[in-house]
Design a protein around this ligand. Structure first.
Ligand code: ATP
Length: 410
């Protein structure tokens, strides 16, 4: 009985179950379709995000690199002095010398003494070899592409002008004639004379007349204390001169590097001698026809090393003494050319009163006298302005410690 009672609900349940199953199957199918769509969507999103992620990573790396570049310490600049096996002896910019390692990727042939290099700040190892730049001292040499000093601005040096024109102007303007005659033109001219006698003026005037670039440097600037530095500057000076040819290298105070070679003991002295050797080597090395001429000036010719005066170097010596009476008249005429003078000014009288004055002092005389006239609101300079000015300059000359040296020269 009980089994009968039980049978009929079971049947009902089974019919009911079939419907349920079909419903839930449908539901499941719908869910499955939804989920597959979602999965597909998520997969697409994942791919998109992965792409975005790798793009951002790359950007982050780039920014990191930029940041580390910005944060990296500056390199120290130094110069190679020597090589010791795989290492190098360098002098850093503060002058201290170190034995350091070298980046193995650097072209070893560039690591020659004198080369400019970048050094790591921590261990000073050589990171890179920098292009040769003109040494700041060389580039700060007085470079005048076309000087505007003419021979007419020079008074009382007619003979000296003739000599320098022969030695410098003629070979630059007519090199073929020297070839035809089978002679070498002089490479260098030495101007010797007390301070202010017109040595620089003469060199600039010959540069103007030959349309040459004037490269002026003071010898003491070339006398460096660090090994290789003076020599490198001389080399660069000559390179610069041939780049700007026709050019005239003017080395004032040549005695600071060209004094007689003594058995010097200090490394500074030895370095100055090395600079002189480099100068001699450059002079011997370059072809005299190549439009580069050298003019050197000195107040102390007796101190110069004979090697400098040998043939093919400074074999022409032009002396510029303190101006004599007539020369002083010419110089005063040059400097008063544009100055309004009163009728009572007699240049011959002024010349008589200025015995022992250099050209530079005669120029100062005119300037002082003119300032005096201007300060008194006058339209011209008169005799008493000049007399006052002579007195002032004489007093200055007597008080100056170098006045004795000048006198001893003349
Ligand atoms: P230092 O040995 O001190 O370098 P320096 O002999 O080169 O002197 P300069 O610089 O040529 O002398 O001359 C200084 C100034 O003196 C010149 O600018 C020029 O105005 C004047 N001067 C010197 N000599 C003469 C001259 N003979 N004629 C005209 N001006 C002159």
């Amino acid at each position: 009985m009980s089994s009968k009672v039980n049978k009929s609900p079971n049947k009902k349940i089974s019919i009911h179950n079939t419907e349920d199953i079909s419903d839930s199957f449908e539901n499941l199918h719908i869910k499955f379709t939804d989920l597959s769509d979602t999965a597909q969507q998520l997969l697409t999103d994942k791919l998109f995000l992965e792409n975005e992620c790798s793009r951002l990573k790359k950007r982050a790396n780039r920014l990191d690199e930029e940041l580390s570049n910005l944060r990296s310490p500056p390199f120290v600049i130094g110069h190679i002095q020597d090589r010791v096996n795989d290492n190098a002896i360098v002098r850093s910019s503060n002058g201290t010398v170190f034995l350091v390692s070298v980046n193995s990727f650097i072209d070893q042939t560039k690591l020659v003494p004198g080369a400019r290099v970048a050094l790591n700040q921590d261990n000073l190892s050589v990171i890179d070899v920098l292009d040769d730049a003109w040494d700041p001292l060389v580039s700060s040499a007085e470079i005048i592409e076309s000087p505007n000093v003419s021979f007419s601005d020079i008074g009382g040096l007619e003979e000296q002008i003739k000599q320098i024109r022969q030695a410098i102007e003629l070979p630059i303007e007519n090199p073929e004639a020297f070839l035809k005659f089978g002679i070498e033109s002089p490479k260098g001219v030495l101007l010797a004379g007390p301070p202010g006698t017109g040595k620089t003026l003469l060199a600039k005037a010959v540069a103007t007349s030959t349309k040459a670039t004037f490269l002026g440097i003071v010898g003491s600037e070339l006398a460096q204390k660090y090994i290789g530095e003076g020599g490198r500057m001389v080399r660069e000076l000559f390179d610069l001169a041939s780049q700007k040819a026709p050019s005239i290298i003017f080395i004032d105070e040549i005695d600071s590097i060209g004094s007689k070679r003594l058995d010097s003991t200090t490394s500074g002295d030895r370095e100055v001698q090395r600079t002189l050797m480099q100068l001699l080597a450059e002079m011997d090395g370059f072809d005299s026809i190549k439009d580069v001429k050298i003019i050197a000036a000195t107040n102390r010719p007796e101190l110069l090393d004979a090697a400098l005066l040998r043939s093919g170097r400074f074999d022409r010596v032009v002396n510029l003494p303190l101006p004599q009476k007539d020369a002083r008249v010419s110089i005063l005429n040059v400097h008063t050319k544009n100055t309004p003078l009163s009728k009572n000014v007699d240049i011959n009288y002024l010349s008589n009163k200025t015995d022992g004055f250099s050209g530079a002092e005669l120029k100062s005389l005119v300037v002082e006298a003119a300032i005096n006239a201007i300060s008194e609101n006058r339209n011209s300079v008169n005799k008493s302005d000049f007399v006052k000015s002579i007195e002032t300059l004489n007093k200055k000359k007597n008080d100056s410690p170098i006045s004795n040296t000048q006198n001893s020269y003349s």
